[in-house]
Every structure is written in structure tokens, then in C-alpha cells.
Design a protein around this ligand. Sequence first.
Ligand code: ATP
Length: 593
Amino acid sequence: MKEFKKLLQFSKGYNLMYFFAILSIIISQVFNIISPLIIRTTIDSIIGSEPITSIYIQKLVNFLGGKEFLNKRLWIIGIVIICNAALRGLFLYLKNTLASKSAETIAKRIRDKLYDNIQRLPYDYHVKADTGELIQKCTSDVDTIRRFLAIQLVEVAGSIFMLTFILGIIANLNKKMVIISIVFLPFIFGFAVVFFKKVRYNFEKADESEAKLSTTLQENLTGIRVVKAFSQERYELEKFDVRNQEYRKLSNKLVSNLAMYWSISDFFSMTQVGLVIVLGSYLTVKGELTLGTLIAFVSYINMLVWPIRQMGRTLTDMGKALVSIKRIDEILSQPIEELVINGEEPVIEGNIEFKNVYFEYEKDRPVLKDISFTANKGDTVAIIGSTGSGKSSLVHLLPRLYEYNKGSVKIDGIELNTIDKYWIRKNIGLVLQEPFLYAKTIKENIRLSNPKMPDIKVFNAAKIAKIHDDINSFEEKYDTVVGERGVSLSGGQKQRMSIARTIINESPIVIFDDSLSAVDTETDIEIRKALNLRKHKATTIIISHRISTVSEADLILVVDKGKIIQRGTHKELIEKDGLYKRVYNIQSSYDEE
Ligand SMILES: Nc1ncnc2c1ncn2[C@@H]1O[C@H](COP(=O)(O)OP(=O)(O)OP(=O)(O)O)[C@@H](O)[C@H]1O
């Protein structure tokens, strides 16, 4: 029930439409149920001489001209049957349209809300989240809910109504026959429920196996260059073959499970129908049942058996929808990141001050310890240190991707955690370690944050990032579409593209998180020279493992195990014994060689 309540927030404005969908299936069932009564009356009372017991049918017969009149014009009854079928069709059409329309709208709203929440979840959530799982929740889980609303729920409502209505009618037709007609129904229903509950595990296994198969395919396609470089084709083929075989095995198992179910269930259903025919015929011969009533019973039992058999399956499938609602709720109930809290938007100049800052991702496991340094507007601060020493964590504090636990960070004298996240992120350009490019043109990728940016700015940014000449060498120049994840560009070109994309915004603070690593030393020097020309426009923080990249910085911080162990200019640091000098010596001797 809790799960249904969760759906209600998405169905606002469509509840009435959904109610009409259910009403339509009920009305269509009424027309469906009337049909055997018309045939019964025709056989027993219009053609035969049995009295008409129902006053409603008597009224209808009178309205159509009376028994005698109809007896000579049976075609009128044919038309009534056709009209009845047409009306049933009309209401079925209405049910399908209304249910699908409301289900589609609800599914769209859920997708919108999920997408909106995903955009607003904190950075840390996305660092840890499984992308495949998120995609599955936004696609197949939403689709399961859509099918549940568009098909299963209305069908079950219709079947429950039909069951009650038909039982009411046949109870009036012949009491003895009612017992015979329904004796197997609970068994057919129970068998369906038990069976589908049991095979649900097999369904889930097959689903999982299919997901594994597509993940293997996706991984292979994404990493195809690594596969080729390491001659891993055979291993990949074998891996895929194992997954493929596993999926085939599980699918086959499911198919044989279902084949067994449908044949056993068909056997019980046919036994139920057969029982009605045999015992009904016996009672008819004995004179306890009219021929028309027997035909009505056979029709009704056919109407009941198949939906009841299907309902067992539908009810178990509905369980899947409940699981899907729970799964999407895992995203919806995550606390979203408040980007604007006080709405203050101070002009950011670029003066940065860290004072005794501590930070930890997990309790009591500090990643940054007692970090203090100052950078004035326009300064370049370089951070160097071994992998895992805390360099990225340090710079991630500035755009407030994470909050420091102790100490103080001030931007132009204002405590960082009082500046809105939205505003500070707009004022900090962050070039990440792994550049991500959209499957768009180069120009669109560079002016991503503002598509109205004039071409001249795009060219200038590309020139500073030393990618302008490369772009001009492409046939379509700035209109070249880069493939998914920019596969047609080299690693260094992608890094330079993402540098151009960041510096075009002319943010007062720019951070390069090891984003020159794939660029050769010469290009690295040229980029830094170009950046130096705009030195007074932005405070720059550069993370690198390369001494040549950090050597010209106004301040170099050497970080180890979350602490600043050395600081100063290149000149000062190479004169002191310590990590910096050691790295410098290693890299210089390597360069000389
Ligand atoms: N989201 C996270 N949750 C928990 N621990 C993390 C998270 N991100 C990083 N860490 C841990 O924090 C420590 C510092 O990581 P960080 O990425 O800041 O190092 P780094 O110096 O930038 O390394 P590299 O040079 O390899 O990029 C590492 O031990 C890392 O495992």
C-alpha cells in the first residue's frame, strides 16, 4: 500500500482519467456478460417456449416488438448481438486509450523527477553510484510501473468485477450448476499464483543474466581499444560466450517452465469446461436445465477460466512493479544537494586562504590534515605529491563538491561554506582528470556552458589551450562532431579541448586537476605560457606530477599523506633536501637520458 501512495504524487490530475479507464473496462465487461444472456433468451424463449424470467430482458424483448415479432425476425437479434459487441469494443478502446494515456503521463513524470533528482544529487553520490543501475532504474523500472498501470491493474480490476458479476448471474440461472462451474477455479488460480511465485526466481535469474550479457557487451565496446592493444580478443570472445551460454540456458529453463505451466493449466481449464458441458448436458437431458441455459453456462465458464488463469500471473507480475517502485524510491528519497541557500552572490576576485583545514570522506579517516596556504588574486599555486596523497580532495573543497570538516577556507575573506554552491561553482573553472566530451561538434563542446558565446571567444580559448591548429587540420574544423566520449580525438587533444571549455568562461579561479598529463612537455609549456599571459585575470591551481609543469608557479605545495610537507617556489625547493628535490632529480636525470 505504501508503494501505491508513492505513485499518487505522480498521478495528480490524471486520477479521474484512470478512474474512467477502470469504469470503461467494467462497462465493456457488462456488454461481454450480456451476450450469453441474449443467446439464452433467443434459444429458450424466442425460438423455444420457456417463459422469460428476468424483467429487464422482458422489457428489452417488448421494446424490440415482443416474442412473436422477434421469432419471425431473428435478424434483429443478430443486429442486437453485433451492436452489443460494438459497444463492448468501444469501451475496450476507451479503457486502452485512457489507461495508456494516464500510465504514459505518470511514467513521464516519474522519469522527469528521477532525472531531476539525479542531476541534483551530490557529487559524492555519483562518484560511488553504479551508472548501469541508475540507467536501469530510469528505463526498465519505470517501464515496469507503466505496464502495471496501463495493463495489469485495469485488467485485474476488470477480472474481479467480471468474476463477481458472472457468479451473481449464474447463481440465478441454476444453483446446482454453480458448484460444478467453479469447482476447479480456485485450483486454477492457486496453481497460477504458486507457479509464478516459484518461477519468479528463474525470471530474475534470466533478467540478471541478460543484464550481465549487455554489461559485457558494453564494457567490450567501451574498452575495445584496450582489448586490441593487449590482444585480448580471444579472452573477450570466451567471456562473452560464457555469458551468452548462461543466458541461453536460463532462457531455455524459463521456456520449459512456462510450457509446462500452460499445458498443465490448460488441462485444468479444459477439465473445468468439460465438466460443465458433461454435467450440464446430463441435466439438460434430464430436463433440469434448458438448452439456452447450458449454452450460457459454457460461455460464462469460458469467460471466467482464461482471465482467472491469467490473473495468477498478473498478480505475481504486479509484485515486480512494487519492487520497481521501491527501487526508484531509492533515488527519490536521497537527500538532494541544496545549491542555493542564502542567495548571496559576492563578486569573486580569486583570493584564497586555507587555514588548518581537515577533511575526511569516512569518519576518523582524515584525508587532509591541517592544510594552510594563501593564494592572492592572479597567483598560480601548484600542488605536487604522490598518488592518493589528497591533491584532488584538496581542490574539490573549493567548488564545494565536498565540505571541509574543520578549519577555515576563505575566498576574498568570505568563509567558503557561506557562499552558495551554485555561485561558487559558476566562478570556479574545474578541468577534471578525465575529460568527458559530448557527441556534439567541437564548437558546441567548447562553448558548452553558454551556446551563445561568439566564435572569436571559442577560437581564442582553443588557441590558449593549444588545440586551435589541431582543430583546423580536421576536415570540418570547428564543426567536426566528436564521437561518443570523443573517441576520434587523442587523449592529449581531449584534455586540451576540456581546458579550452573551462578557460572560455574566464572564471576568477581555475583549477587544473592533473589535466595536462596526456599532453607532451612542449605543449604543456606552451599552454602554461599562454595561461601566464592571463595571469592577472585568474587565480590558477595546477595539480601535476611533472616538475616542469609546476616549476613556474608562485607557490608550490608538496603534499604527502594528506599533509603539506614542503612549500615554496621551485628555486627554494630544489635547494632544500626533501621529496620535491628527490622528484626533481629523478625527473631531470630521466629527461637527460
Ligand atoms: N569519494 C571518496 N570516498 C572515499 N575515499 C575517497 C574518495 N575519493 C578519494 N578517496 C580517498 O582519498 C584519498 C585521497 O585521494 P585523492 O583523489 O584526493 O588523491 P590524489 O592525490 O588526487 O591522487 P591521484 O594523484 O592519484 O589523483 C585516497 O586514499 C582515496 O582512496
